[in-house]
Design a protein around this ligand. Structure first.
Ligand code: DX5
Ligand code: ZN
Length: 216
């Protein structure tokens, strides 16, 4: 079981992005989480490839890219070029998920599948052996700073059982409303990677907030 932390750049200061990326570089964070929103799959628009490429040029942490977009398969090459280490596509946005995952692997990236809060982990049974990661949304995607959905703990445990049953090596990642108050319970339920946006960047000492998640 790993205990990785991926601060989400969505909550960073966009007028001082370099400073925030350098803070993450020097911190105990394992990955840097980047949220791409298209205004169609989710009711919000964030940033795209140019911002990812710019961050990639100065980040020493691997980029964990979370695509909240329709037809993510159209942009696999572009996100590889921008510097993604891991590409997360939503189950709900990709009807030919097996092909999408294969294409991500062919480009040399890790492949993750993300589930909205209402989507059952059981739907992943047949694709789990092909995945590097499953991202469970613990809020409805589209915005930072929302309240953690309590059902997520149970969902993590059920996913963990399924991963063991299918002999999958997939990591479990949680995104939305993560703080030091729920981190321990998430790790205990089987989570390997915690994403945190507002908890990290709203803290007066973000480096310490990252440390608190690692040590939860
Ligand atoms: C929400 C994004 C999250 C967001 C998390 O759609 O996927 O990554 O940045 O923000 P917090 O940690 O504030 O809930
Ligand atoms: Zn995210």
């Amino acid at each position: 079981m790993s205990r990785l932390v991926a601060p989400s750049l969505l909550a960073a200061d966009f007028t001082n992005l370099k400073q925030d990326v350098e803070m993450i570089n020097k911190s105990e964070a394992d990955w840097l989480h980047m949220d791409v929103m298209d205004g169609v799959f989710v009711p919000n628009i964030s940033f795209g490839m140019p911002v990812i490429a710019a961050v990639h040029a100065i980040s020493v942490k691997p980029l964990d890219v979370h695509l909240m977009i329709v037809q993510p398969e159209r942009y696999i090459d572009a996100f590889k070029e921008a510097g993604a280490y891991l590409l997360n596509v939503h189950y709900e946005a990709s009807p030919h998920l097996h092909r999408t995952v294969e294409s991500i692997h062919q480009k040399g990236m890790k492949a993750g599948v993300t589930l909205n809060p209402h989507t059952s982990v059981n739907l992943l049974e047949d694709i789990l052996p092909d995945l590097d990661l499953v991202l469970i949304m613990s809020v409805n995607p589209g915005f930072g700073g929302q309240k953690f959905i309590e059902n997520s703990y149970d969902k993590v445990s059920r996913l963990k059982d399924l991963i063991l049953k299918r002999n999958s090596k997939a990591l479990i990642e949680i995104d939305g409303g993560v703080t030091s108050a729920n981190a321990r319970q998430l790790y205990d339920a089987g989570a390997d990677v915690l994403v945190a946006g507002s908890y990290v960047f709203n803290d007066s000492n973000p480096t310490e907030a990252i440390k608190a998640l690692k040590k939860a």
